[in-house]
Design a protein around this ligand. Sequence first.
Ligand code: GCW
Length: 724
Amino acid sequence: MDYTKIELFKSKLENKSKMRKIIFLAIVLCYGTSNLWGENGSRLWLRYEPLPDSLAKSYADKIQKIYFPDSETGRIIDSEFREAFRAMTNKELYLAKKGGEAKSVCFVVDTKMKENYQIQNKTLAKDSYISVTAVDETGLLYGMFHLLRLMQMHENISHLDIHEKPSYERRILNHWDNRDGTIERGYAGSSLWEWGDLPNVLSLRYKDYARANASIGINGTVLNNVNAEAIFISSEYLPKVAALANVFRPYGIKVYLSINCSSPALLGGLDTSDPEDARVRKWWDDKIKEIYDLIPDFGGFLVKANSEGTPGPQDYGRTPVSGANMLGEALKPYGGIVMWRAFVYDPASSDRVKEAYEGFKPLDGLFLDNVIIQVKNGPIDFQPREPFTPLFGAMQKTAVMPEFQITQEYLGQEKQLAYLAPLYQECLQADTYAKGQGSTVAKCTDGTLFPHSITAIAGVANTGNDTNWTGHHFAQANWYCFGRLAWNNRLTPEQIADEWLKMTFSNDPAFVEPVKEMMMESREAIVNYMMPLGLAHLFAWEHHYGPAPWLNIPDTRPDWMPSYYHKADSQGIGFDRTKEGSNAVSQYSSPVSDIYNDINACPENLLLWFHHVPWNHRMSNGKTLWDELCYKYQSGVDAARNFQKIWDQEGSFIDKERFKEVQSNLKTQTRDAILWRDACVLYFQTFSSLPIPSELERSLFDLDIMQKNGANEALYYGMQQQPK
Ligand code: GCW
């Protein structure tokens, strides 16, 4: 649906009488339906395009009836499947009177199953039907979306024997959404949650949000920012939260909330929020009861405590264990959980990457079993490339969940194409050696190696109220791939890109193959033109889009300044984290620690993360470090240019609207890649004093102008500095 236009209608009509509201709803419904098939990206990967005739006929020969449970979720299954089937095959489905009728698709719950769902062709006398069985109704919904995915991908559905169960039990989106509709690090418009209208008026998008999530297996959503306002758990807001929970429930999605640890003082008027204070405990007990009275299946709390200025138990000399267990105890009787973030770091520390480990490893084994520690994939902060956080595999007696960022805070935001499945898989498949070879981050967190009563994974959402949900059309692929990997952490990024492209754009191999290749290269291209060879955090102040490796703001946290990370000087560049340096390498198990510690064994894509490397150091390809750095920056720019060339050839395969929007995004991306290259190479050259290899492209921007005007402004406000 064209949500932007709907919103426009709505704001015009908002303050009018009740009668007008009804008229408005009618308009919205008609308008929505008439725009249902518009190509503005609003349908995501659930487009259900008409199939080629022969395929439509073959599916319609196999499926003529539908059988489903008589329940709210059952009716969702029926209407989604029926409408999708009609759109794809131009055929109506009849209702089957009982399960297992010939030529039917039949959805039946079997609570004894060990898997989540199965999809099988079953034979009945000489006819056959498709059976979808699942452990519960949410499983049936997942099975239904799986079957629709196969059809959207033009797969054969005659020999199905699919058995699925999820890698993680809780697959959760974290929305960094604020009460006023802004989204921290959100690049796709305002928040989807219309707090002013809730609980009485429900936006049309809530259901579509739930559908989209159910279609990729996401079963939890944290509605508000981890930098949490206490008001979300107030008696005023809880009915609003409950209204959303009611919409999401039939789609198998639980709601969770981020909490502010000072809530007992802020909302309850207490003079303390000390977790060891009996009045504070009582306040939380009462609050949690109030929540469960309204939302019986409430998921639990996400907590960012004593981090970047948020309050927490350390304010009272307590540990995270004290805060987390106090909440865990109160949530326990209701089945709720606490997700306690390990993203805690102190400006005084000489090496920020060591802090999550130093703060949490000593607490291993002390948390209650309904507390899970939420750990960012890398030890700094969602950079284009980081090694995995060493807490994975190190905390063995406590449940640990990975947190990825779907929103592209540090990867070009809504302006650049960065397919993130390769980044997610790089972390999940990294070998921690915690229990010998093969102890991947995936296996350390999904219960395979260290069984715990909860397994979970979180992704910081990239959704907003933009018509296409995510700003950049290709950013939808990151929402999609997060869900798919949370469901099955063994899927390859290629497989997922293949699914997404076919459903979102076209099944034509002449489109799918080159565009898939572009997606697969996109994250590495960004690494190369922003911060190759293990560099990190070279971003301009605060907005984290453009480059400012020179940035040094006096009296500001040093660990927020690029020079803290790159440490360039006349000798070389990079952060010495070896045993002779900050010794961060020792937080990894052997042999990972030995490999990272050895300048000749360390993977080159992490070299400057772990070593301060002389400019004339020989890389494995024989080039000096300086030359290699220049080549890497150029290769990133070359890749961005190449994406433009690839995309320019795809116009005939897809709609004009999305084609042109992506084309324009790719232009911006190339422009900004050049700026990144010039800013970084020219700035680092002031330390290396070495020439840029003569065969490489010359720079377009002047360092002094970039430094004076701030490359960041140029990027944001339409290139005030023109290329020479
Ligand atoms: O990535 C950084 C962001 C902050 C964010 C913080 C976090 C929600 O720049 O905006 O705050 O991480 O993860 O808590």
